[in-house]
Ligand binder design. Structure first.
Ligand code: SF4
Length: 345
């Protein structure tokens, strides 16, 4: 069962795709919408081998639209003064190719799109970090934004408050890797590598990554900064600064541990009835940097879960096999409710 209207109270399933095979996988396994990025730094998953040139984007749109699935374009990085033309060209291309929506964050990009392509639907990216109905109203009034993706800093109570007063449809993240919860504002990667995820489009760019086998274990580094060290039986992860293990004094002694954030994935399967009840319009799954196997696993599980919740929210319970499947593709094989869970609120 697929949602037909992104602004209705039925939960729409929005899935990630970093490549055409991943997009086809998402479409074939029940996505209501898929979000993609153009090749280059106009989106926040600017990694080698990922994303879509104009031909591939056209193929993606043809494939998805012929199967009643929408395609959104993530154009959610912040242009600098000498790079504006790339963002403007990307907006023009998105409108000409007739994407179902453009997901933007930068005020200049949103203004250009709203002024020059009023028929192109606009969504406010999580990178825009709008946390109040008043902020959302600003984007709606000035750029006719039709949907907002809420940042992952809000508790469930705060999501309810925002959804109740938002002038536009609200989308929330349901699953996937977490940032340290300063959406659009993290400087860790740019501090160490000189390349900011918000302008260059990639946190911890691959060109800055080094792997070194040492007598103490396998070391991951970013621009020469040690991010983690793994013993022979530990699985090594891509070096992301917020999820590195660092020597920090603890009770007088120094121990290497996750000083900023543990590697774990957000998983809100258990919250689906509450999110549906508060009128959330869409659930977004993170992971454009992951392959088709990941996309297949998460899309299948979330399609089944959303359908079960829509059929009977009172009886809905996440099935053990769904949780198992999501654990298997989670960062560090761990999941969390993240900021949604604040029992003191
Ligand atoms: S370092 Fe961590 S918190 Fe900062 S942008 Fe990268 S993933 Fe997000």
């Amino acid at each position: 069962m697929r949602a037909s209207d992104s602004n209705s109270s039925t939960l729409e399933l929005v899935c990630p795709a970093g490549s055409l095979p991943a997009l086809k996988t998402a479409v074939d396994h029940g996505a209501d919408a898929v979000y993609i990025g153009f090749s280059g730094d106009t989106n926040a998953r600017h990694f080698a081998g990922l994303n879509f040139d104009p031909d591939r984007a056209q193929q993606a749109l043809d494939y998805a639209h012929s199967r009643n699935t929408k395609v959104f374009l993530a154009l959610n990085t912040y242009p600098q003064a000498d790079g504006w033309q790339r963002w403007q060209d990307a907006v023009d291309l998105a409108a000409q190719l007739e994407f179902d929506a453009l997901i933007g964050a930068d005020l200049g990009v949103l203004d250009y799109a709203a002024t020059h392509w009023p028929q192109l639907a606009l969504h406010l990216s999580v990178q825009g970090s709008a946390t109040s109905p008043e902020a959302i109203r600003f984007y709606h009034q000035h750029f006719a934004v039709r949907r907002v993706v809420l940042p992952r800093v809000l508790s469930l109570k705060q999501v309810r408050q925002v959804a109740a007063a938002s002038p536009v449809a609200v989308e929330v993240f349901g699953f996937g890797s977490l940032c340290v919860m300063v959406e659009g504002r993290c400087l860790l990667s740019s501090y160490v590598t000189g390349q900011s995820p918000n302008t260059f489009g990639a946190c911890s760019p691959a060109s800055a990554v080094q792997w070194k086998q040492t007598a103490d274990g396998l070391e991951s580094q970013l621009s020469g900064v040690l991010v983690d060290r793994y013993s022979a039986n530990q699985p090594a992860a891509y070096p992301t600064l917020c999820k590195g293990r660092f020597q920090v004094p603890q009770s007088g002694a120094e121990a290497a541990y996750y000083a900023l954030e543990e590697p774990t994935s957000l998983n809100t399967l258990a919250l689906l009835p509450a999110l549906q009840q508060m009128g959330v319009a869409a659930i977004k799954l993170e992971g454009r940097q992951r392959g088709p196997a990941y996309v297949k696993q998460i899309t299948r599980v979330w399609r089944a879960a959303i359908d079960a919740c829509r059929r009977d929210p009172q009886a809905y319970q996440p099935r053990p096999e769904w949780l198992q499947d999501l654990h298997a593709v989670s960062e560090g094989q761990m999941t969390t409710l993240g900021a949604y869970h604040r029992p003191w609120q």
